[in-house]
Ligand binder design. Structure first.
Ligand SMILES: Nc1ncnc2c1ncn2[C@@H]1O[C@H](COP(=O)(O)OP(=O)(O)OP(=O)(O)O)[C@@H](O)[C@H]1O
Length: 740
């Protein structure tokens, strides 16, 4: 079921929908449960028990009345009632399936009861039915054996109080720095702020300010983010701030904006009106066929061509040759690739001044979030759209630049200052997200002075060494269970988040952040074993996914009659056909069907199958993370960008993983090393209240069990901020014996 544990609200999915997803007590979004997802995905109403179904017998648990099955299934109720009238009533209710079922919601377990509490009081006149008293669910005890001694919260710099905005209207909820940045609406502007400093909050309020208080039409505002998910979240926030007009504002990822430009003017470049976007798998296969080369070589070349297109680099060698072949094949087959969406748009706007002018007229105010991660082509697209001295506001944090390997250039802020000499700079100085302890540790990692914390020093960062990856995952699972059982753990570590108070946590409040996707296997197993619901996400594109391919082929094979149904109906039929006809893996199909159904019902697709293919090309696995679902997030560090969670586990804190390197990290080049440091900085600053850094004494890594040294980044965090403990040694793991 859905609900809010803190507000004591449990809702049927239909009630949630009727309430627009909002809690009737606090007005925030409710945490949705499994039944909600089922309701959303279901293509028919509730199932009806067929007349031919067999009989079902319901048996209660321990009654203490002789052989259980006999007593509970066969002894006449009257006989049991003579011995104990209440027990007789209980057995009668149970056999008639007249139990009270209260579904679980928002981290609360479901309950099955035979009597209402008032009934029980009445029946028993104060006595109880069974020996044990009826209890409310008790919080799980903290895992004593696993914990270190309580640690004194370190005495460190005190939090500062941000100056209020002193403004009325939509900027009133911002602090003075944020409000000043949001109000600088003329000319180019750079907004720089650390993690949790409210950059996204400032961005949405700035658009609302432009529209509601400065008379700028919503349709003249363009906000650009990096992912489809981020655009959706931005749209949702704008809808709340600008009821009625938010839909007119353009919110795009760089690639969806490129697609919009090419759909409007692509014919000027010789593209067919119905060009499509070919995924990496298709392009690799095309290159293999055209050049008669191995798949691994083609894969390497396709990736190299992608970086060339993002960075605008020119190569005359093998990679340049591969690009020319791919471009020719694209023209012949009427397809482009993902990077072309931006690169071709840039080429078009550079060549055709009148088209560039049209787009400039359309968008008079442009905002670009996560500016630190733009690549050369994205930078040029912004420049072309804004024009010299245009109202372009770029927002970001140089310390969070993590996409250098994909061609992003972390020096873009300096370049912006050079290209837009009139640009002003605003700084957001306060971190609203994390405890003082986490903020201080993060600034130590970046060798900066701790500044701008709004929350006091609280629980120390827990640094944990486990015997191996299995033990590491078991520790994380047990810690989550302990947290959900109660907040004793917080007290044990001398920490008690003031902002969260005693608000109960639910699964959605936890994130496990891995450097590589491969690390997630141990966590998936541990969570499955512990019954902890989780959702894994990485920034990998969904195009090329096996289940998705099978679904799309099944969609294509559909008869005219089937193709006449609405898109969700067609997807349901396609999933069934793919399972039957292609023997596709059930889990992969279910995942693909979930993605496609989400896309099919999204605003950008609106039930149109042609638009579905476009959105698939623009989507990554992480775009489908549902923040409302009550699940632990199992994410790669890259996929965690922009998110926040009360409790974060950054796992695999070993040299080779963090920083990630093929060679010993000491040999890593200075740029990669700096980017790995920033990536860890992004990971640790996702934590609001609790941060756990875990490592293993040994792990299976690159084909062998290895002992990797601790991550060198751990040494950059002062001991006074951490509580370290090492698990007891495990028995040696089984090793493959050699025959010789
Ligand atoms: N003025 C404010 N008063 C209270 N809370 C705030 C304020 N500004 C931001 N916050 C809160 O701080 C948290 C971080 O805000 P936001 O996500 O906008 O930060 P960000 O700068 O975009 O972070 P990051 O770069 O790490 O993704 C959010 O929970 C937000 O609600």
């Amino acid at each position: 079921m859905d609900g809010h544990r803190a507000c004591g609200v449990r809702l049927d999915p239909k009630e949630t929908l009727a309430l627009n997803g909002r809690c009737p007590v606090c007005g925030n979004r409710v945490t949705v449960g499994v039944a909600h997802r089922v309701e959303k995905l279901a293509d028919h109403g509730e199932a009806v028990r067929p007349a031919t179904a067999g009989e079902v017998a319901s048996l209660p648990g321990d009654s203490g009345a002789g052989p259980e099955l006999f007593a509970l299934a066969e002894v006449p109720v009257e006989d049991i009632g003579r011995a104990d009238s209440l027990l007789g009533e209980a057995v009668a209710r149970l056999r008639a399936c007249a139990v009270i079922r209260q579904a679980g919601y928002d981290g609360e377990y479901g309950v099955i009861r035979l009597f209402e509490e008032s009934e029980l009081d009445r029946f028993t006149k104060g006595d109880l039915l069974f020996d044990a008293p009826v209890r409310r669910r008790k919080r799980a005890p903290k895992p004593q054996a696993e914990q270190s001694a309580p640690v004194e919260a370190p005495s460190q710099p005190a939090p500062s109080v941000p100056a209020p905005s002193a403004r009325q209207g939509v900027l009133a909820t911002l602090d003075a720095d944020q409000a000043a940045a949001a109000a600088m609406i003329e000319g180019p502007l750079t907004v720089i702020g650390g993690p949790g400093s409210g950059k996204t909050r400032m961005l949405t309020r700035r658009i609302a300010h432009l529209v509601l208080e400065c008379g700028v039409p919503a349709a003249s505002c363009l906000a650009i983010t990096f992912t489809r998910k981020a655009t959706e979240e931005l749209r949702a926030r704008l809808a709340a701030l600008l009821p009625g007009v938010a839909k007119d504002a353009a919110v795009h990822s760089f690639h969806s904006l490129g697609l919009a430009i090419l759909r409007t003017h692509g014919t000027e470049l010789g593209l067919g009106t119905d060009f499509r976007i070919a995924d990496e798998k298709e392009r690799t296969a095309a290159l293999v066929a055209a050049l008669q080369i191995s798949e691994s070589r083609a894969t390497r070349l396709v990736k190299a061509v992608s970086v060339m297109k993002r960075t605008g680099a020119i190569d005359e060698g093998e990679e340049g040759g591969a690009r020319a072949v791919l471009d020719r094949l694209g023209r012949e087959g009427n397809w482009v690739d993902f990077d072309d969406l931006v690169a071709l748009s840039v080429a078009l706007l550079e060549e055709r001044a009148e088209i560039a002018a049209l787009w400039r007229e359309r968008f008079t105010h442009i905002l670009a979030d996560e500016f630190q991660d733009v690549d050369e082509q994205q930078y040029r697209l912004l420049q072309l759209l804004a024009g010299p001295g245009g109202n372009l506001c770029v927002i970001g944090d140089p310390n969070q630049a993590i996409y250098g390997f994909r061609g992003a250039d972390a020096t873009c802020f300096a370049r912006f200052a050079g290209d837009f000499p009139d640009a002003r700079t605003a700084r957001l100085k306060h971190n609203y997200r994390s405890t003082g302890t986490i903020v201080t540790a993060a600034t130590q990692l970046m060798d900066e002075a701790p500044d701008g914390m709004t929350r006091p020093m609280e629980a120390p960062i827990v640094v944990r060494t486990a015997a191996d990856e299995e033990a590491e995952a078991a520790f994380v699972a047990a810690t989550i269970e302990a947290f959900l059982g109660g907040h004793d753990m917080l007290a044990a570590h001398g920490g008690k988040p003031d902002r969260q108070g005693d608000t109960p946590l639910s699964f959605a409040d936890f994130a496990v952040l891995c450097r590589t996707d491969a690390q997630s296997a141990a966590f998936r197993e541990a969570f499955d074993r512990a019954g902890i619901p989780f959702k894994k996400s990485s920034p990998a594109p969904i195009a090329g996914h096996a289940g998705l391919g099978a679904m799309l082929r099944a969609l294509e094979r559909q008869s005219d009659a089937e193709a006449g149904r609405d898109l969700p109906g067609r997807l349901a039929a396609a999933a069934e056909a793919a399972r039957r006809e292609e023997d596709a893996d059930a889990a992969a199909l279910a995942e693909a069907r979930g993605w496609l159904t989400t896309l099919a019902t999204s605003e950008s697709v609106g039930g149109d199958v042609a638009l579905l293919a476009e959105q698939i090309a623009l989507s990554t696995e992480a775009d489908f993370r549902d923040a409302r679902a009550d699940r632990v997030s199992l994410l790669t560090m890259h996929a965690a960008k922009g998110l926040e969670f009360p409790v974060v586990f950054v796992v695999g804190m070993e040299d080779g993983l963090v920083p990630f390197s093929w060679a010993p990290s000491a040999e890593q080049d200075v740029h990669s090393r700096a980017e790995e440091r920033r990536l860890f900085y992004v990971a640790m600053t996702r934590a609001m209240d609790w941060l756990f850094l875990t490592r293993t004494a040994e792990r299976f890594w690159r084909g062998a069990v290895r002992s990797l040294p601790p991550s060198p980044f751990l040494g950059d965090i002062a001991d006074t901020l951490t509580a370290s403990h090492t698990a007891a040694k495990r028995k040696p793991r089984a090793r493959q014996l050699s025959l010789f």
